[in-house]
Design a protein around this ligand. Structure first.
Ligand code: PBG
Length: 348
């Protein structure tokens, strides 16, 4: 009998050695926590399909962003729920719109926390689509939507948003937003483009959270077909040409191949959005006692990082930061006999 000469297991004999050999790191510093801010309503309202996540009033937001900052999470992603909606999504670009107020409030109480503004119209239109709809055909009108998106981005940046993140999937919106920001003296505000955003069933719980479900049809005429990978690279390349500073793939888990391809192809920071439905599945299974929530969450966030994400946008961010801070992924005390006392491999 001959024994193997190559023994990858040598590097797995202690937590310290495993940590030294680890290729991927996970820390609160790479995470972004999404928040939903209510123009009207209670201070905190738990989102039924997203246990542990809340819709917040402006006052509720204050406590929340302090907590997030204290946990070492560098950024929040803000969504607004306006008191009223209309066909022009006017709540999206009002000076004192809910998201504009939320941005100001966040910068007041946590000036070092980065504020990323989700730039889209679906929370503000009465029909719940991400832009201006042709009433005759139901088709989303691309170029009229660009004007409103550009106005929205400018008003968010003026309110103090550190990063503008368009999530509408209209053609040419990065160029339109870049031009508008530059023209308003906001040339230093970066754009994180939701470049490869798929028409996904995993957004279901978010649409409860953000009250943004389309009242008719779905988003397949503007968001991407889950069947496509090369098209995602094209979307990302176009957004870079238009001036995007960072790119996003969304959702995360079913699209890790796209993330890896993006990592191979582009040299800008990449974000992955671990979306609401991905979160809810984990929470539901954990509530049943079917999975170990902490280990599952840290494993899937590590997987997203390993695939190529520099930035992970996730509703698990606060929990993950707590677990990481408490040493969940750092070495436990030696769990093995010291090396000289390990049984010789041949004798196992
Ligand atoms: C807005 C937007 C959506 C999400 C982020 N920005 C919803 C959608 O496109 O329907 C989804 C986020 C999530 O599911 O967590 N367009």
């Amino acid at each position: 009998m001959s024994f193997p000469t190559h023994r990858p297991r040598r590097l797995r004999t202690s937590p310290q050695l495993r940590a030294l050999a680890a290729e991927t790191s996970l820390a609160p510093g790479c995470m972004v926590y999404p928040l939903f801010v209510l123009a009207e309503g209670p201070e905190r309202r738990e989102i039924t399909s997203m246990p542990g996540c809340f819709q917040l009033s402006l006052d509720g937001l204050e406590d929340e962003v302090r907590q997030v900052a204290d946990l070492g999470i560098p950024a929040v992603l803000l969504f607004g729920l306006p008191a009223t909606k209309d066909l022009e999504a006017s709540g999206a670009y009002q000076e004192d719109g809910i998201v504009q107020q939320a941005i100001r409030r966040t910068k007041q109480v946590a000036p070092n926390l980065l504020v990323i503004a989700d730039t889209c119209l679906c929370e503000y239109t009465s029909h719940g689509h991400c832009g201006v709809v042709d009433p005759r055909t139901g088709y989303l009108l691309n170029d009229p939507t660009l004007e409103l998106l550009a106005k929205t981005a400018v008003s968010q940046a003026r309110a103090g948003a550190d990063i503008i993140a368009p999530s509408d999937m209209m053609d040419g919106r990065v160029a339109a937003i870049r031009q508008a920001l530059d023209a308003e003296g906001l040339a230093t505000t970066p754009i994180l483009s939701y470049a490869a955003k798929y028409a996904s069933a995993f957004y279901g719980p978010f649409r409860d959270a953000a009250d943004s479900a389309p009242q008719f049809g779905d988003r397949r005429q503007y968001q991407m077909d889950p069947a496509n990978r090369r098209e995602a690279l094209k979307e990302m390349r176009l957004d870079l040409e238009e001036g995007a500073d960072m790119l996003m793939v969304k959702p995360a888990l079913p699209y890790l191949d796209v993330l890896r391809e993006a990592w191979n192809a582009f040299d800008v920071p990449l974000a992955a959005y671990n979306v609401s439905g991905e979160y809810s599945m984990v929470k539901a299974a954990a509530a049943q006692g079917w999975i170990d929530e902490q280990r599952v969450v840290l494993e899937l966030l590590t997987g997203i990082r390993r695939a190529g994400a520099d930035i992970v946008i996730t509703y698990h961010a606060k929990d993950a930061a707590r677990w990481l801070g408490s040493g969940a992924s750092s070495p436990e005390p030696l769990d093995m006999p010291i090396r000289g006392e390990l049984p010789c491999f041949g004798e196992e």
